[in-house]
Design a protein around this ligand. Structure first.
Ligand SMILES: NC(=O)c1ccc[n+]([C@@H]2O[C@H](COP(=O)([O-])OP(=O)(O)OC[C@H]3O[C@@H](n4cnc5c(N)ncnc54)[C@H](OP(=O)(O)O)[C@@H]3O)[C@@H](O)[C@H]2O)c1
Length: 191
């Protein structure tokens, strides 16, 4: 770990067309297709660390490894925001050796990411909202599948508590690419 205290932070989101990540009953995996997932592996490999939340670990038991085509020189570290120490000792995260898994025992995202130059957030709606509200997200990579989950589905960003539109975080779109049946939209934060 080297570099500036404030890393460049990418928030990766994978949703339905209407910005949902799960059904009301929690069913959520494989919303986006194989081409999107292949791109996510490349993105993981290009970041020094992946930050996730205990909600995601408990719901999905992800490995959070970078498995891009052609292999990966160095696996990114994994930071798990877990203030209550609920990460199971048998979690799939621990199966991959040769990388640093940090169970973060507080809720301060900036402190958790300090010391890294680049961090990719792959987490649920709560961590995504906290990171945006704290002004920590520089870039969003949004993978959108051509599927509708409806208003009873779980929104990709939890409550931001905005009271005026002037306070809304604003991004500018920097790219749109087809990933199989999905779209990948890239955004940079401007406010
Ligand atoms: N489609 C996607 O891109 C994507 C990606 C990942 C996950 N998911 C889905 O998201 C769902 C889980 O979402 P989630 O919102 O429950 O989980 P999450 O955002 O991954 O984790 C939330 C938990 O993190 C802890 N935490 C620590 N610091 C925090 C902070 N600063 N702000 C917010 N939370 C903090 C809290 O637990 P403590 O208070 O115990 O510390 C909180 O309950 C699953 O269904 C999963 O499949 C979707």
């Amino acid at each position: 770990m080297t570099g500036a205290a404030r890393p460049r932070v990418t928030l990766k989101l994978a949703t339905s067309l209407d910005g949902r990540i799960a059904l009301a009953n929690g069913a959520s995996q494989w919303i986006t297709g194989p081409e999107s997932r292949a791109e996510v592996h490349k993105m993981r490999a290009a970041h020094q660390a992946i930050l996730t939340g205990i909600g995601t670990v408990l719901a999905d038991d992800p490995r959070m490894t970078a498995r891009p085509e052609g292999g990966c020189e160095r696996q990114p570290d994994v930071l798990v925001m877990d203030s209550q120490g609920r990460t199971p000792s048998g979690a799939a995260l621990f199966a991959e050796t040769g990388r640093n898994i940090v169970l973060v025992p507080h809720r301060d995202l900036a402190r958790a990411m300090a010391g890294y130059e680049s961090v990719m957030i792959e987490a649920g709606a709560q961590i995504a909202a906290s990171a945006i509200a704290a002004g920590l997200v520089d870039r969003i990579e949004w993978f959108r599948a051509p599927m509708l989950l409806g208003g009873d589905g779980l929104s990709v960003i939890a409550a931001l508590g905005l009271e005026t539109l002037d306070a809304a975080p604003i991004f500018t779109r920097t790219g749109v690419r087809e990933r199989g049946a999905d779209l990948q939209e890239s955004y940079e934060r401007i406010r």
